[in-house]
Design a protein around this ligand. Structure first.
Ligand code: ADP
Ligand code: ZN
Length: 581
């Protein structure tokens, strides 16, 4: 991108040189024309020998004498010039008498610009070399993306959300009747290759509306205002179509958190972001335009972008679990000649942490190997080889190769949370336990939902802390004190917040009393080490209780962990079934 920009700085310079050179030739040749002094010209006008004067913006103006002789004289560029001539009975013509020769440098410039524009446009829509399309972006809509929900495996919850949007685009009147405010903007977030683009395409296709796809980085240009112009242009095009889906991939290129102080260089990005926000609050509520954006991380986005009325719906698109992986492999194997010995479930088992894109890649490599061998079918052997190729080609830091031990630790950690939750606060719903990493947790996560209530009791808060400690406690029990991991980072933060609030604000401990410690600290009369000691003592004794609980249900913990290792994701029903026995 940087390289392109430098190149583009060169082009105007080259053009300028050519232009100056060519027009110089013509200006010099002007001097060979039949020019007369302005004074003599005025004399001739007075004498009545001038019949026509051709006004122009040029340095010289053309005059025609009564005997049809053509002469040139200096252009006085005076406001009363025309009036004076008319009073003397001279015909005055404006504009019409451009010397065709003078058009040559201009035409060269014109042709050059057009051909450059055509050249860069033909390099495809992905080309970032948009310097000649200053305010327009190559956003011709795709009428039919051909992608349906059939093409997307797994991600059932995401698909459900998107299906709702399909209905919204199709029948906005229905929602208008109920006065529902439907989302204008939806952000899909999650690791690359998990099908975010696929979802947006399916949305447009299932709703039967044009699909406009752009990339956030297309809007970040060196020239201030260009990105903003492109945003307006994009929305204008979409509005002209009536209903539409606009998809902005890599939205973080425009929508990254703004650094508090204006750091000059981000002027262009700010303008672009403001234009986007203005456009989004500009279109009518139930018009049937949905803006969908994708990013790998939600937390880097500017808050302004996430406010109600903008991108107010956030949908996580995570890595597939074992069941979803098998379905994705199925989708991509559907049109391929698979031999009967191919067991996609087995492949799903060994492709932990693979994204949809990577699974597609795996199937493709296998098909390639089969074609190379001139085999009639793709066999298990091809798939094994392909697996090796895909795995070897991946970077080290890729999560696909998280070792077996790491997986096992994560499984016990999450099992610990879930089991403690079941034991100490059975009224909570454990919606989902998974060892597939997500933005919500480093290793895996347990979605623990307490019932809605106005207040929390002391007991409930202490139980919340116990659930939070369950992960680390399980790690320690199973793998030993030396092998506890950093995976408890988020848990420890939550536990600390809860215990500190209990002491500082809720007056829930006799030792600390019914006092607001922020006020005391402001007055300079509290010793913060007291709070730390009380918090630490409390958490330590809760941690011991949690360990005792886990040890007394060690067989359940084991069962839960092995179920997680096998299925990767477990829902509430499965959880209860496993720990019931
Ligand atoms: P993202 O936008 O999240 O980076 P894409 O939607 O571009 O990912 O996915 C890239 C490719 O990976 C798709 O074209 C498809 O072949 C494959 N893919 C990803 N997720 C899925 C899925 N859930 N089901 C089927 N194919 C998938
Ligand atoms: Zn945890």
């Amino acid at each position: 991108m940087k390289k392109y920009n430098k190149l583009f700085l060169l082009i105007p310079i080259v053009l300028l040189i050519i232009f100056a050179f060519v027009s110089n030739i013509y200006t010099t040749s002007n001097q060979d024309k039949n020019t007369i002094q302005y004074n003599s010209f005025l004399e001739m006008v007075n004498k009545g020998t001038v019949s026509d004067v051709y006004l122009s913006d040029n340095e010289l103006i053309k005059i025609k004498l009564n005997d049809n002789k053509v002469l040139y004289t200096s252009n006085p560029r005076s406001l009363t010039f025309k009036e004076n001539l008319l009073m003397k009975g001279v015909s005055v013509h404006e504009g019409g008498a451009v010397n065709p020769a003078e058009l040559i440098p201009l035409s060269i410039l014109f042709v050059f610009i057009i051909s450059m524009a055509v050249y860069y446009a033909s390099k495809g829509s992905k080309s970032r070399a948009g310097a000649f399309k200053l305010s327009s972006i190559d956003a011709a809509p795709e009428k039919d993306t051909g992608i349906t929900f059939e093409n997307i495996a797994g991600n059932e919850e995401v698909k459900d959300s998107i299906k709702e949007l399909v209905d919204f685009i199709k029948n906005p009147e229905k929602y208008l009747k109920y006065n529902v405010r439907m989302p204008r903007g939806v952000i899909l977030y999650g690791p690359p290759g998990t099908g975010k683009t696929l979802m947006a395409k399916a949305l447009a296709n299932e709703a039967g509306v044009p699909f406009f796809a752009v990339n956030g980085s297309d809007f970040v240009q060196i020239y201030v205002g260009v990105g903003a112009g492109r945003i307006r242009d994009l929305f204008k095009k979409a509005r002209e179509k009536g209903k539409a889906v606009i998809f902005i991939d890599e939205i973080d290129a425009i929508g990254k958190k703004r650094s508090g102080r204006g750091d000059g260089g981000s002027d262009e990005r700010d303008q672009t972001l403001n234009a986007l926000l203005a456009e989004m609050s500009g279109f009518k509520e139930n018009q049937g335009i949905v803006v969908m954006a994708a990013t790998n991380r939600l937390d880097v986005l500017d808050d302004a972008l996430l406010r109600p009325g903008r991108f107010d719906r956030h949908i996580e698109v995570g890595l597939p679990d074992i069941k979803a992986r098998q379905q994705i492999l199925n989708v991509h194997g559907r049109k391929k000649p698979l031999s009967s010995d191919v067991d996609l479930q087995k492949i799903a088992q060994i492709t932990v942490y693979f994204s949809g894109a990577k699974l597609e890649n795996l199937m493709n490599e296998a098909a390639l190997l089969a074609a190379r061998d001139d085999c009639e079918y793709i066999t298990m052997e091809h798939l094994d080889k392909a697996y090796g190729i895909v795995v070897a080609g991946a970077e080290k830091k890729d999560r696909s190769y998280v070792g077996q031990l790491d997986r096992s630790i994560t499984a016990y950690h999450e099992a610990g949370h879930a089991l403690i939750s079941r034991l100490v606060s059975p009224e909570n719903i454990v919606r989902k336990i998974t060892i597939i990493p997500s933005t919500k947790g480093a290793g895996g996560y347990t979605l623990n939902i307490p019932p809605d209530r106005m207040y929390n009791t002391r007991k409930q808060l202490l139980n919340r802390i116990k659930v939070g400690l369950g992960g680390r406690a399980a790690e320690e029990i199973i793998f030993g004190k030396e092998n506890i991991t950093t995976g408890a980072y988020g848990d420890i933060q939550n536990v600390t917040e809860t215990i500190i609030s209990m002491i500082k604000y809720y007056g829930m401990f006799e030792n600390s009393g019914l006092l607001n410690y922020d006020l005391l600290i402001n007055e300079g009369i509290s010793n913060p080490t007291d709070i730390i000691k009380l918090a630490n003592d409390t958490v330590t004794s809760l941690y011991d209780e949690v360990k005792v609980l886990l040890l007394s249900s060690a067989n359940k913990l084991d069962k839960l962990a092995s179920a997680l290792l096998e299925h990767e994701t477990i829902d509430d029903e499965e959880l209860d079934r496993i720990i019931a026995v």
